[in-house]
Design a protein around this ligand. Structure first.
Ligand code: GLN
Length: 487
């Protein structure tokens, strides 16, 4: 029998339910594996060994007592460290939250536990989710499991590296691409659900109108299983939808015969580097072989999506991060007066990227500039939504690469914020419009590093997006198994 850390969530649930393996054995296997790799990977800010063991033992006791186990029975789940787990540190990879311990769990964490999952640890990220490489973490670098001198992507880079190497499932957050891009860089599946499908209660806010929580897994089926467990209305999040959640596993194997897939002209995919373009072309051919029709569509505002995202996310960050003042949460720098305390705590607590965004956002929201920046960005966003909705009258889903390249090297883009931002060009449209999007592994770049294919659907058509992802993953000759190669 292979070691349990190699198993996906579905296999773990089946074996734990039948008693073939205990939840504790699964947990120990993932823990040993992750601890072995951690010195070279740096995926975790906190490993919850004792709490995890206790939870795993409780799941095993439940089984022995004849109780029915939940849909994630015994599955270890790593959590991005901007999502609260009661009693565990919550740092957002920022100095300003050093030493802060969460007093309650996020709704998604409560739901995972209700489904008998085992919380595994807290994963590294870009500070407050701001970045695309994990390099803005105040604590450590996370290395790409495929090639250690490359970044894992960001901001959920720790979650992606963890899934590519030692745990079956992690939760990440995606504001402008932070689940999908690191999933692509690490060769795993990343799902950004429709905005409002999953509660954000207990997620530390970065840009509330585009913050989403979603799973990273090694297969689309495991992603659908996890998403099903965390989705659904929550009285503690007013933006969470009350629609009943469809059974996300039900139609997964139905295939995509006759489905219409759109590619937007404005993405100018033919201008990509040859290796990324080749992988893209092969993915279109594979989808056609599966019975899909590929159509060209147009949405001119796509060209403005990333600029629009960066205005809006900075504005929202500047207000959301006002609460970190050295008084209520985390690190306080002592001073003579309250003003000095605020200034010193924030100056020393926040890193450069966070400060840059707070300053840009504050400027963009200031009197006299509000209409030029925030107001204009909001209208760009509405135009984009209208255009994509129109496109969805002709096609069932849109396709795009997840990122314009595979994983890049450390320090390659830190001095040039614009170069960093370019890795988000394909992910920001679904962020701004709240539409569901998945990244599935799609071949390799010239260095042999994983690439991703992104599938975007209309709002609340998460099941369609998953079905296409599943068909592609299942049939594609370019499917990759990160575990075989990262082992
Ligand atoms: N890379 C993007 C940014 O820096 C997206 C981050 C995210 O989705 N949290 O804002």
């Amino acid at each position: 029998m292979t070691q349990p850390w190699r198993w996906g969530a579905e296999a773990i649930v089946r074996r734990v339910r039948s008693g073939e393996v205990s939840a504790l054995e699964v947990f120990e296997s993932c823990l040993t594996r992750s601890r072995e790799l951690e010195p070279n990977l740096g995926a975790y800010l906190d490993l919850a060994a004792d709490d995890g063991r206790q939870r795993a033992l409780a799941v095993d006791r439940k089984r022995r007592g004849g109780e029915r186990l939940g849909e994630l029975a015994g599955v270890p789940v790593a959590i991005k460290d901007n999502i609260s787990v009661a009693g565990r540190p919550l740092t957002c990879a920022s100095r300003i939250l050093r030493g802060f311990v969460a007093v309650e769990s996020a709704t998604v964490v409560e739901r995972l536990e209700a489904a008998d999952a085992v919380i595994f640890g807290k994963c590294n990220l870009d500070e407050f989710g701001m970045g695309s490489s994990c390099e803005s973490s105040a604590y450590q670098r996370t290395h790409n499991p495929w090639l250690h001198d490359r970044v894992p992507g960001g901001s959920s880079g720790g979650s992606a590296a963890a899934v590519a190497s030692g745990v079956p499932v992690a939760l990440g957050s995606d504001t402008g691409g932070s689940i999908r891009q690191p999933a692509a860089f690490c060769g795993v599946v990343g799902i950004k659900p429709t905005y409002g499908l999953v509660s954000r209660y207990g997620l530390v806010a970065f840009a509330s109108s585009t913050d989403h929580i979603g799973p990273l897994t090694r297969s689309v089926r495991d992603g659908a299983l996890t998403l099903g467990a965390i989705a659904g209305a929550d009285p503690r999040d007013a933006t969470c939808s009350h629609r009943p959640v469809a059974d996300l596993m039900a139609g997964l194997e139905e295939g995509i015969e006759g489905i219409r897939l759109g590619v937007a002209e404005e993405l100018e995919i033919d201008r990509l580097p040859a290796d990324v373009y080749d992988a893209w072309q092969r993915s279109l051919a594979a989808l056609e072989d599966l019975g899909a029709e590929i159509h060209s569509v147009s949405a001119p505002t796509l060209k403005a999506a990333t600029a629009c995202y960066y205005v809006l996310c900075c504005c929202e960050a500047s207000t959301n991060l006002a609460r970190f003042d050295g008084v209520r949460y985390g690190q306080r720098v002592p001073a003579e007066t309250v003003d000095e305390l605020l200034r010193a705590s924030r100056s020393q607590g926040f890193g450069d990227e966070v400060k840059r965004r707070i300053m840009l956002g504050t400027f963009a929201l200031s009197a006299g500039h509000y209409d030029d920046f925030y107001g204009r960005a909001e209208s760009v966003r509405q135009a984009l939504r209208r255009e994509l909705e129109q496109a969805f009258e002709r096609v069932d889903a849109l396709l795009a690469p997840t990122a314009p390249s595979g994983a890049f090297g450390f320090d390659e883009r830190t001095e040039d914020p614009i170069a960093m931002v370019l890795s988000d060009v394909y992910t920001t449209p679904a962020s701004l419009t709240g539409m569901p999007a998945i990244s599935v592994p799609n071949g390799r770049d010239a260095q042999g590093l994983p690439l991703g294919l992104q599938i975007i659907g209309p709002a609340f058509e998460d099941a369609t997006v998953l079905r296409i992802g599943r068909a592609f993953e299942h049939q594609s000759a370019w499917r990759i198994d990160p575990l075989e190669e990262a082992a």
